[in-house]
Design a binder for this molecule. Structure first.
Ligand SMILES: [Zn+2]
Length: 151
C-alpha cells in the first residue's frame, strides 16, 4: 500500500432519508442528518507518482513495448500490474483477451472477468534498483522466465 494523497480525498453528496442508512465517516463517528456532505475514506493510493519505465514482452507475438508508467515498481512487481490483466492493457490487447475469456466461460456476466493469470506478459527490462526481473515476474512459470529473461 502506498501513501495517501490529499488530492485523492473525495467528497460526495448524500441525501439522508433513513437514519439507519447514514454512513459512517472515516473517523468512525456517525454523521448527523444535517451533515449531508459526507467525507468518504480516501482512496488508498496504489502509486506514489514516482512512476517507472519498463519494457513488457508479449511472449506469444514477441512484441515488446516500453511503458512510461505512472505506477511505481511496487505496483508492477506486487500489485495490480503483476499479472496479465493490466499488462495486457498496456499491450493493447485486453479487449481481445476479454472476448476470448467470455467465449471460454459463458457463465461470466458481461461485466465479469477472471484474472488472466500469469502466462504471457513478462517484464524484461526496467529502471528499478529495487526489483530484479524475477521480482517483477515472480508468479510467472519458470519455463517462461528461462526462455525469455536474460538473467
Ligand atoms: Zn490478473
Amino acid at each position: 500500500m502506498g501513501k495517501i494523497h490529499k488530492d485523492d480525498i473525495e467528497y460526495v453528496h448524500v441525501d439522508v432519508i433513513d437514519p439507519d442508512s447514514i454512513p459512517e465517516n472515516p473517523t468512525g463517528r456517525f454523521l448527523s442528518k444535517e451533515e449531508i456532505d459526507v467525507k468518504i475514506p480516501p482512496v488508498i493510493d496504489d502509486y506514489d507518482n514516482s512512476g517507472c519505465t519498463l519494457t513488457i514482452l508479449d511472449t506469444i507475438t514477441k512484441k515488446q513495448i516500453v511503458v512510461e508508467s505512472k505506477f511505481n515498481t511496487d505496483w508492477w512487481a506486487c500489485g495490480n500490474g503483476s499479472c496479465d490483466c493490466n499488462r495486457s492493457i498496456e499491450m493493447g490487447i485486453w479487449d481481445e483477451l476479454d472476448k476470448k475469456q467470455h467465449n471460454e466461460h459463458p457463465e461470466l456476466k458481461e461485466w465479469q472477468n477472471l484474472c488472466f493469470g500469469y502466462k504471457r506478459f513478462l517484464i524484461i527490462k526496467s529502471d528499478s534498483d529495487e526489483y530484479s526481473l524475477d521480482g517483477f515476474n515472480s508468479d510467472y512459470p519458470d519455463e517462461l522466465k528461462e526462455e525469455f529473461l536474460k538473467r
